[in-house]
Design a protein around this ligand. Structure first.
Ligand code: ZN
Ligand code: ZN
Ligand code: ZN
Ligand code: ZN
Ligand code: ZN
Length: 221
C-alpha cells in the first residue's frame, strides 16, 4: 500500500497557517495529518488529537472508505454507519456533509448508483483490477472524456484540482485523467484573482493550484 502524500491528507498541501494549522493524529501507527479547516476541526486541542478513526476504537479491518479501496487517510463517519475519506466526499459531486463546519457525518444517499458501477482506470493501469470496481468513481472534468477513477487514486497521482466555481468564493473540486491533466493551463493566483473580476472566460480549462485552505485564508481578508 502506498503511503498518503505528504502534508494534509485532504488537500495535500504541506504548509500550515496560524489560523489553519496542520494537525497530526496521535493515534498509534496513524499517519493522518490534516488542516484544521480540511477536516472540520472546530477547536484544535492543546493536548493530543485523534482522527475519528483512531478515536472510534473500531477494529481497523472494519474501517474502510465506502467510496474507494484505500484504507489510510482522513476518514469520517457516513450517515449509513460506515466511513469515507473527507477527500472522497469533497470530490464526488453528490456527496454532502450533514454539518458543514464539522464536516460530518458524510451523507452518501444522493450518490447515483452509476458511480458505484464505474471502474477506476488508474487501478486497472496499476494492476489492481480487483480493486478497480470497489467504491465510487469521479470522472474526468474534461467535457466528453469518459475516464473514471477513484478520488484517492487521482489524489496519489496528483490529478485533483480546485477550480473557479460559479461565485467568487466558490471552489469547484474536480479532477482529470492523466491525459487531460497534462493539457491543463496552470495559472498563478494573481491571474486567477484578476479573472474573477473580469468577464473574460478562458476557452481552455484552467486549474488554480491554490489549495482550499489558502483560498479560505484569502477570502477571510
Ligand atoms: Zn488541507
Ligand atoms: Zn488517526
Ligand atoms: Zn475514499
Ligand atoms: Zn482506483
Ligand atoms: Zn480526460
Amino acid at each position: 500500500m502506498k503511503e498518503m502524500i505528504g502534508g494534509c491528507c485532504v488537500c495535500s498541501d504541506e504548509r500550515g497557517w496560524a489560523e489553519n494549522p496542520l494537525v497530526y493524529c496521535d493515534g498509534h501507527g496513524c499517519n493522518v495529518a490534516v488542516h484544521q479547516a480540511c477536516y472540520g476541526i472546530v477547536q484544535v486541542p492543546t493536548g493530543p488529537w485523534f482522527c475519528r478513526k483512531c478515536e472510534s476504537q473500531e477494529r481497523a479491518a472494519r474501517v474502510r472508505c465506502e467510496l474507494c479501496p484505500h484504507k489510510d487517510g482522513a476518514l469520517k463517519r457516513t450517515d449509513n454507519g460506515g466511513w469515507a475519506h473527507v477527500v472522497c466526499a469533497l470530490y464526488i459531486p453528490e456527496v454532502q456533509f450533514a454539518n458543514v463546519s464539522t464536516m460530518e457525518p458524510i451523507v452518501l444517499q444522493s450518490v447515483p448508483h452509476d458511480r458505484y458501477n464505474k471502474t477506476c482506470y488508474i487501478c486497472d493501469e496499476q494492476g489492481r483490477e480487483s480493486k478497480a470496481a470497489t467504491g465510487a468513481c469521479m470522472t474526468c472534468n474534461k467535457h466528453g472524456c469518459r475516464q473514471a477513477f477513484h478520488v484517492t487514486c487521482a489524489q496519489f497521482a496528483g490529478l485533483l484540482c480546485e477550480e473557479e466555481g460559479n461565485g467568487a468564493d466558490n471552489v469547484q473540486y474536480c479532477g482529470y485523467c492523466k491525459y487531460h491533466f497534462n493539457k491543463l493551463v496552470f495559472r498563478p493566483l494573481e491571474s486567477f484573482l484578476s479573472l474573477l473580476t473580469s468577464l473574460t472566460v478562458p476557452d481552455s480549462c484552467f486549474c488554480v493550484h491554490v489549495r482550499v485552505c489558502g483560498l479560505e485564508g484569502l477570502t477571510d481578508v
